[in-house]
Design a protein around this ligand. Structure first.
Ligand code: PLP
Length: 446
């Protein structure tokens, strides 16, 4: 650890003994969820008061640790906006959807989303340590009565056993690290007993909301189930504290590679300079920025949306300007269930049959001369090509490059473009006569 990050405690917690403050159980049982409690820490705006007094909004719950990172005098504090609701949440917007990623449609059994050929997402709980206002799964998350039953868990495991193409399972929710360690271990153990599951990933914001939960006991349990990867979720440099640094240090020492997924949000982190500071601080705490997501079209999150171009601008400001390790991929998760689509600035300006024209981050324009002789890869003698794994579903663009497939057509394409078809079909009909080609006989007889 080169530089010290800071530790903060809101004044109302000044007298709490360290032993309690550093206990994850104390933090969880002292979460703030009412206007009265939150008001003791922050001077609330009218808009926040209105939202906190409204029934039926997405669940509010904030750990004392996390609320302490907020500057109480700044109504636009970037952490505050992530966890304190405002009246803006009640404003519907065009294109808003309940399940914008169509996860329910991709669920062969409840709580298991199988969207991609070789990996599946397992929703193992609906609970989190703190709730994000822009939650993409607010349709199911937060509801204490909507937990996944052990029957559903058995069905998920059964599906995975019978689906050998799944080699990577992501545990998410909710937050898998709020589960009782015994239950989490039961899940990890069941997955490890399936031979074709090569890697397990956890998506968790617990290190950020409740870093004291990352105990030696927990990491000792987790490392029994390697290879295990963890993605955390940090959106702003202010979330990177001494406690988070310690938590990621423990995870890293347990041999767990760490990534970060963040969401691009208006007023929170829609600035290349904030993003540069964020990704550089993440690499200092041994976390590699993985994805930066365009905000999903989820109810209550309209005020967080930015133009997609903002993400391109941010990647433009990072690539080349800082460590490649620090540059995440900018992703639009396609509404309707199309999955993750990466976007980046265009670096290829033009091309001919022997040259391509590229530009770098500085605007330097260069040419790369293509080889004049290239011995093409020979699939017939390549053992890998010969033993291609059959993919689940369609192989997409790769299938066009690599297989016999010539095109991909949207549904109904043939029917729509079969302009002759209607005439052919009519011709089959006995009453049909081509215009202007009627027989002369019939005219003579009239
Ligand atoms: C994001 C996601 C994954 C994992 O995607 P990667 O690009 O491999 O990180 C898997 N399944 C679902 C449903 C997802 O949303």
């Amino acid at each position: 650890m080169t530089t010290k990050f800071t530790s903060r405690r809101a004044p109302i917690y000044a007298d709490i003994p360290d032993k309690k403050w550093n206990s994850w159980r104390w933090q969880l049982s002292h979460r703030l969820n009412t206007l009265e409690e939150i008001e003791k820490v922050l001077k609330l705006t009218d808009s926040e008061r209105e939202a906190l007094s409204t029934q039926g909004l997405f669940r509010v719950d904030i750990t004392p640790y996390f609320i302490s990172l907020i500057d109480p005098d700044n109504p636009n504090d970037p952490i505050r906006q992530q966890v304190i609701p405002t009246a803006a949440e009640m404003v519907p917007f065009t294109a808003m959807m309940e399940d914008s990623l169509a996860e329910d449609k991709h669920s062969p059994v409840p709580g298991l989303v199988h969207r991609y050929p070789d990996r599946a997402l397992m929703l193992v709980t609906t609970q989190c340590a703190t709730y994000c206002r822009y939650c993409t799964r607010s349709r199911i998350v937060g509801d204490p009565s909507a937990t996944f039953s052990s029957d559903e868990f058995e069905m998920q495991i059964e599906y995975l056993k019978q689906t050998p193409q799944v080699r990577d399972v992501l545990l998410s929710g909710g937050d898998p690290l709020v589960l009782a360690p015994k239950i989490l271990e039961k899940i990890l153990k069941a997955l490890r007993e399936i031979p074709h599951i090569e890697i397990i990933r956890l998506g968790s914001r617990v290190p950020v909301f409740l870093p004291m939960r990352i105990t030696d006991e927990l990491t000792e349990m987790l490392q029994k189930y390697h290879p295990l990867w963890v993605n955390i979720h940090v959106n702003h440099p202010n979330e990177i504290s001494a406690e988070l640094d310690e938590a990621t240090d423990k995870l890293a020492k347990a041999g767990i590679p760490l990534g970060n997924q963040s969401v691009l949000m208006a007023g929170v982190n829609d600035c290349p300079h904030i993003q540069r500071d964020l990704v550089q601080k993440l690499t200092r705490i041994k976390v590699r920025p993985y994805y930066l997501y365009q905000c999903d079209l989820v109810e209550g999150a309209g005020h967080f949306r930015t133009p997609v171009a903002k993400g391109i601008e941010i990647i433009e400001a990072l690539r080349g300007h800082t460590s490649g390790y620090a540059v995440p991929q900018f992703i639009v998760d396609a509404p309707g269930g199309g999955g993750k689509i990466p976007l980046q600035p265009n670096y290829m300006l033009s091309s001919s049959d022997h040259k391509i024209i590229l530009r770098n981050y500085e605007g330097y324009v260069t040419t790369y001369e293509e080889p004049s002789t290239y011995q093409a890869h020979d699939a017939k003698t390549c053992a890998y090509c010969q033993n291609k794994r059959p993919e689940f579903g369609q192989t997409g663009i790769t299938g066009l490059l690599d297989g016999d497939q010539m095109f991909i057509k949207p549904e109904g394409f043939d029917l729509l473009h079969d302009r002759g078809g209607i005439q052919h079909r009519l011709k089959d009909d006995a009453k049909w006569q081509p215009l202007g080609i009627g027989s002369g006989d019939s005219e003579d007889n009239s």
